[in-house]
Design a protein around this ligand. Structure first.
Ligand SMILES: Nc1ncnc2c1ncn2[C@@H]1O[C@H](COP(=O)(O)OP(=O)(O)O)[C@@H](O)[C@H]1O
Ligand SMILES: N[C@@H](CCC(=O)OP(=O)(O)O)C(=O)O
Length: 253
């Protein structure tokens, strides 16, 4: 079995202020299919804050409100995932992590044991940041870097980031029509890793920079990252199931 991590961002999971159920179903269907192709999949899913906001529109600029929204939204998000995975006779599970876990070898070992046991029993782990306990100084905030840590510390060879953008370009394709797709990236320059954050959606926090930082971290650990569209799963499916690199960007040192 090849262990991979798939990360899906808030924008992909949100449509007109609600959780985009057809997109969630397409993702769950892909994971079910990957499991028949000898992949063990860990899912890192954002969307707790946006799911909470569908029930109670608190001001998201306040940290405490965001934490409250995550507390409201996370069980709703998991309920939706449970319903969808059940259609494919799969169990899923919730693992909430915070940045400080990755600073404590003992905590990492415990979390890895739990993840290993879930995967051994054919259960899909669904990870999110534990937003209500994550204090400001020790918070990932975006799930891009969290998923890179998950891939590294829980021993996945590949992280797949499903984004609102279908690849990494030489400049922001939402601003420049002549932006060109980077097909394979072997290394990233300092200025690319320190650029301004540019999320493309009110619920997203990372932007392209946190994705590049994740790719850089993983490449330095000898692991790979694939960035592809979460709106249309054709490219990621071709890459993982058929071994064809049609769209998307592969980060590989
Ligand atoms: N060079 C680039 N290549 C691709 N996307 C870029 C680039 N520069 C800026 N971006 C922006 O980053 C956005 C992706 O980040 P974000 O909105 O946080 O996604 P997600 O919610 O999927 O995590 C794109 O929609 C795009 O507008
Ligand atoms: N933990 C947060 C994720 C925050 C977030 O916006 O992440 P992302 O869309 O990956 O930039 C949530 O579930 O809402």
């Amino acid at each position: 079995m090849k262990r991979i991590v798939i990360k899906v961002g808030s924008h992909v999971l949100t449509e007109n202020g609600a959780i985009a159920k057809p997109r969630m179903l397409a993702l769950v269907q892909l994971i079910a299919e990957l499991k028949t192709h000898h992949y063990d999949v860990i899912l890192v899913s954002s969307g707790a804050v946006s799911a909470g906001y569908t029930q109670l529109p608190l001001d998201r600029s306040q940290v405490a409100n965001k934490q409250a929204l995550a507390a409201i939204g996370q069980p709703l998000l998991l309920k939706m995932y449970q319903e969808k995975f059940a259609r494919f006779n799969l169990l899923c599970s919730q693992v909430l992590l915070s940045a400080d876990v990755f600073g404590e070898p003992e905590h990492i070992a415990h979390a890895k044991n739990a993840i290993d046991t879930l995967l051994k029993n054919n259960v899909v782990p669904i990870i999110n940041e534990n937003d209500t306990v994550s204090i400001e100084e020790l918070v990932f905030g975006d799930n891009d870097r969290l998923s890179a840590h998950v891939a590294h510390y829980f021993d996945a060879s590949l992280l797949v980031i499903l984004s609102d953008i279908d690849a990494f370009y030489d400049k922001d394709p939402n601003k420049y029509d002549d932006a060109k797709r980077r097909v394979v990236v072997n290394r990233l320059a300092e200025d690319e890793l320190n650029a301004e954050h540019t999320p493309n959606n009110e619920f997203a926090t990372g932007g392209i920079v946190t994705k590049l930082q994740s790719a850089d971290f993983l490449m330095k650990q000898g692991r790979e990252m694939f960035l592809a569209s979460g709106f249309d799963l054709g490219d990621v499916k071709a890459f993982l199931v058929d071994g064809e690199h049609k769209g998307g960007t592969l980060f590989k040192a």
